[in-house]
Design a protein around this ligand. Structure first.
Ligand SMILES: Nc1ncnc2c1ncn2[C@@H]1O[C@H](COP(=O)(O)OP(=O)(O)O)[C@@H](O)[C@H]1O
Ligand SMILES: CC(=O)N[C@@H](CCC(=O)OP(=O)(O)O)C(=O)O
Length: 299
C-alpha cells in the first residue's frame, strides 16, 4: 500500500481510538440535545445533526432530542397575514398563534422522526402533552401577559424512561398543558433544560447560531471555551450577555446547578459539531462548568 494511503488509514484509526474513552464514559447515559437555529433550516446541516444523534444512539448512548422551530413558526404566522411578535425572546402567543405553533412544531417533529427512521433507528415524536411530560403555568414577561406561553413547573419523565428502555429515540416538541389542560407554547431552551434536569442528564447540548458565549459579542477573539457558573452570573450581571443568549445561559446555569453534569453551547453551523464535541479531545463552543470543577475533562 502507498505510504500516503497508509498514513490516511492510520489517522482514521487514531480518530476512532480517540473516541473510545468518551464512548465508555457516556455508555447508557442520557444526553439531551436542544436542536434549533440554522441547523434546522439548512437541509445539509439538518442531515448532519440527525446523523450525529443517530450515531450517539447506535454506540450505546441514550439521546433525547428537544427541538425548536421558531423560524418556521414565524414563517407560517406571516403566511396567514399576522406579524410575529417577541417580548424578551419569547413569542407573544394568542390563540391563533398557538394553533399555528402547535401545527408547525408537530410537522417539524414528524420530519425529524422520518429522518432518524431513515437511518435505521426507531424514533418516537411526542409533545410535552404526551404522558403529562410538561406541565406548565402561564408565564409572564416582566409582569406582562404574553398569551399562551408556558413556564414549566413539573416534568413527568416516565414516558421518556419507557421509550428509552424500549430503545426508542425520543423527539420532543415544546408544547405543554396547564392544570386545566389548555395548550401552551414553551421556549425550546426552557423545555430542554427542564427535561435534562428531570432525567438528570449526563449532558445537555444547545445547538445554536453562534460559536459560543463571547465576553464581547463584537469581538470574535473573546470566545469563552470554559465558563464556571459564577463567572456566567457575573457576565450576565455586568451586561455582557444579551438577546437569546440570556435565557440560554440562564438555562445552562440552572441545569448545572440541578444535577446535569455537562452543559454546552455549540455552534450548529459547524457540520457534526456534536460529534466533534463529544468524541474528540478538542472541546468546541462553550462548556458551562460547576464552580467546584477546576479542570474540564477534555484537558
Ligand atoms: N455575549 C454573547 N455571546 C454570544 N451570543 C450573544 C451574546 N450576547 C448576545 N448574544 C446573541 O444571542 C444569540 C443566540 O441566541 P438565539 O439566537 O436566541 O439562539 P437560538 O435561536 O439558537 O435559541 C446570538 O446569535 C447573539 O446574537
Ligand atoms: C414561547 C416561545 O417563544 N416559544 C418558541 C418555541 C420554539 C422555539 O423555541 O424554537 P427555537 O429554539 O428554534 O427558537 C416559539 O414560538 O418560537
Amino acid at each position: 500500500m502507498e505510504e500516503k494511503n497508509m498514513k490516511e488509514i492510520m489517522e482514521k484509526a487514531e480518530v476512532l481510538i480517540e473516541a473510545l474513552p468518551y464512548i465508555q464514559r457516556f455508555n447508557r447515559k442520557i444526553i439531551v440535545v436542544k436542536y434549533g437555529g440554522s441547523a434546522m433550516v439548512d437541509e445539509e446541516l439538518k442531515k448532519n445533526v440527525i446523523q450525529d444523534v443517530t450515531l450517539l444512539k447506535l454506540v450505546g448512548f441514550k439521546p433525547i432530542i428537544v427541538h425548536g422551530g421558531g423560524k418556521e413558526i414565524s414563517k407560517w404566522v406571516g403566511k396567514v397575514g399576522m406579524e410575529p411578535e417577541f417580548v424578551n425572546g419569547l413569542r407573544k402567543t394568542d390563540a391563533a398563534t398557538m394553533e399555528i405553533a402547535e401545527m408547525v412544531l408537530g410537522k417539524v417533529n414528524k420530519s425529524l422522526v422520518q429522518m432518524v427512521e431513515s437511518l435505521g433507528v426507531n424514533a418516537i415524536g411526542i409533545s410535552g402533552k404526551d404522558g403529562g411530560l410538561l406541565k406548565v403555568d402561564k408565564k409572564l414577561s416582566n409582569g406582562q401577559d404574553i398569551g399562551f406561553v408556558g413556564d414549566v413547573k413539573e416534568v413527568n419523565p416516565k414516558i421518556l424512561y419507557d421509550l428509552l428502555e424500549k430503545d426508542f429515540l425520543p423527539i420532543v416538541c415544546p408544547v405543554g398543558m396547564d392544570d386545566e389542560f389548555n395548550t401552551y407554547n414553551i421556549n425550546a431552551d426552557d423545555a430542554a433544560c427542564a427535561i435534562a434536569r428531570a432525567v438528570k442528564a449526563e449532558k445537555l447540548a444547545f445547538l445554536t447560531d453562534i460559536e459560543g458565549v463571547y465576553k464581547d459579542p463584537e469581538d470574535k477573539d473573546t470566545l469563552i471555551s470554559e465558563l464556571p457558573v459564577s463567572d456566567a452570573r457575573k457576565l450576565i450581571e455586568d451586561g455582557y450577555i444579551g438577546g437569546g443568549m440570556l435565557p440560554k445561559l440562564n438555562n445552562c446555569i440552572d441545569a448545572i446547578e440541578n444535577g446535569v453534569s455537562r452543559v454546552h453551547i455549540l455552534d450548529g453551523r459547524i457540520a457534526h459539531c456534536l460529534l466533534l464535541e463529544i468524541f474528540t479531545n478538542r472541546g468546541i463552543g462553550t462548556a458551562i462548568l460547576g464552580d467546584k470543577e477546576t479542570k474540564f475533562y477534555h484537558e
